[in-house]
Design a protein around this ligand. Structure first.
Ligand code: PLP
Length: 468
């Protein structure tokens, strides 16, 4: 029996409709930016294996760190025990985080990091006798993971229809999704802020925390907002004493043009959630990082005030040393150069792409992330153009995974300039085959050309341009 047949008889895959799913790709090994199948065909990993891989697959530094650690201490329970890898990791992260973020709580994936943050925020108020603070605020379209608390604050991302009756109630603010040359952004932001203002006036005393993916909503389609807007939201929310949770599970570790997206917003959260890239994509590891005042609200003589939460693989030493090795690669000059190169190539190639393909719209870039939309009314997660694009790319040796009508590139930082340009060229050829280049009249075409030129020159001139 082939691996595919053995898999099909036993395995239930995530986010997969097995009733219609095509064959799963059998990956036998991976190296750098490439995956290799059983026939040794290579595939450029343009989605960093679901946004986890930072420095390339099978990176020797990270692999060696894990091997070495596993000969010394592979795991120990973390209640009543501690170890060097965990403490070292916290110390090193502290150096790159805002000084207000001081207390590190470990778990093992993005959803648990979010659950922990929600529970900390709620109990922070409960411990101070404010038992009425039972509500959370989130953005429309947010995604925070697939466990129940995370689903509740991510209820509108489009994945949870069957579970709606089981989710807790949250306040949902409109999200002013924007892109390059978006004429309506001011109006959308003003509407969202007015909505928030009204909502806060009516409900603030019941709200424990506001949660958001800063600057980019990942799973609901790489939807961007402007940093100035998010800053206003945070200021407004904080004026009512409500805690702020940033979920940087996707945006963290240099995916956007700063190490953490909150740096562009200009304000640190009270609780920060990290996972995915934390271990460089090697092992499941997550952190919820709190301010000292949140931590202090849990101190007391009895257990009632303590955080009754923990996962058995908390602070796994192998995950911790992988994270330390990954962080040191991330902070190297090489890696910073590489991330800059990726952003520059995105600016040039994505402008060219939308110019060549008039049916592509809403291009947007922040750091190593570039996304665009198909001009199609069908925004479902399972989208016909998207499915076709994914299949054609796979044939051409390129891993992409569109979200509804949105396609994006989020490559590992080890990708070379030629590889990245090559990926854009392949994508462009495939899009020609999918007929996205048809029919704009000459006037529309000229306008578009002008818009794209502005984008390209602005990005090259201004080192401080945040996104478009
Ligand atoms: C992926 C993701 C999560 C969930 O992480 P898991 O490790 O899959 O549980 C939470 N928040 C954001 C922003 C994510 O992108």
């Amino acid at each position: 029996m082939s691996l595919h047949e053995r898999d099909r008889s036993l395995v239930w895959h995530p986010f997969t409709q097995h009733g219609v799913a095509s064959e799963h790709l059998c990956v036998s090994r991976a190296q750098g930016a490439y995956l290799y199948d059983e026939h040794n065909k290579s595939y450029l990993d343009m989605v960093s294996s679901w946004w986890v891989n930072l420095h390339g697959h099978a990176h020797p530094e990270i692999a060696k760190a894990i091997y070495k650690q596993s000969l010394t201490l592979e795991h120990v329970m973390f209640a009543g025990f501690t170890h060097e890898p965990a403490v070292n990791l916290c110390e090193q992260l502290k150096e790159v985080l805002d000084p207000a973020l001081k207390r590190f709580f470990f778990s093992d994936n993005g959803s648990t990091a979010v659950e922990t943050a929600l529970k900390m925020a709620y109990q922070y108020w409960w411990n101070q006798g404010q038992h009425q603070r039972t509500k959370f605020l989130c953005f429309e379209g947010a995604y925070h993971g697939d466990t129940f608390g995370a689903m509740s604050v991510g209820h509108s991302c489009g994945f949870y229809e069957p579970f709606k009756p089981l989710l807790f109630n949250v306040g949902t603010i409109p999200f002013p999704a924007t892109w390059s040359m978006d004429d309506c952004v001011d109006a959308k932001e003003a509407h969202a802020l007015a909505f928030l203002d009204n909502h806060l006036k009516a409900h603030h005393s019941h709200i424990a925390a506001f949660i958001a993916e800063p600057l980019v909503q990942g799973a609901s389609g790489m939807r961007f907002c402007r940093p100035e807007f998010l800053k206003k939201v945070v200021e407004l929310v904080r004026s009512y004493n409500i805690l702020v949770i940033f979920d940087e599970v996707m945006t963290g570790f240099g995916r956007t043009r700063t190490l953490f997206a909150y740096e562009q917003v200009g304000c640190a959260p009270d609780l920060l959630c990290l996972a995915k890239g934390l271990s460089g994509g090697f092992l499941p590891l997550a952190l919820t990082i709190a301010t000292e005042s949140i931590y202090e609200s849990f101190l007391g003589e009895t257990f009632t005030k303590a955080l009754a939460h923990g996962h058995t693989y908390t602070a796994n030493p192998l995950g911790c040393v992988a994270a330390i090795a990954s962080l040191s690669l991330l902070r190297s000059a090489n890696c910073m150069e590489a991330r800059k190169m990726i952003e520059q190539v995105h600016y040039q190639c994505l402008s060219d792409l939308v110019l060549k393909h008039p049916r592509l719209k809403a291009p947007r870039i922040n750091g190593t992330l570039a996304a665009f939309q198909f001009d199609s009314s069908d925004t479902n997660y399972i989208n016909p153009i998207a499915a076709l694009l994914k299949a054609k790319c796979l044939e051409a040796g390129l891993i992409v995974r569109p979200l509804g009508n949105v396609a994006y590139f989020l490559p590992p930082y080890c990708i070379s300039e030629d590889e990245l340009r090559g990926a854009y060229a392949t994508l462009s050829e495939i899009l020609i085959g999918l007929d996205t280049s048809s029919s704009l009249n000459s006037n529309q075409h000229a306008l578009r050309e002008e818009a794209c030129d502005t984008i390209a020159t602005e990005s090259l001139e201004k080192d401080s341009v945040l996104f478009w």
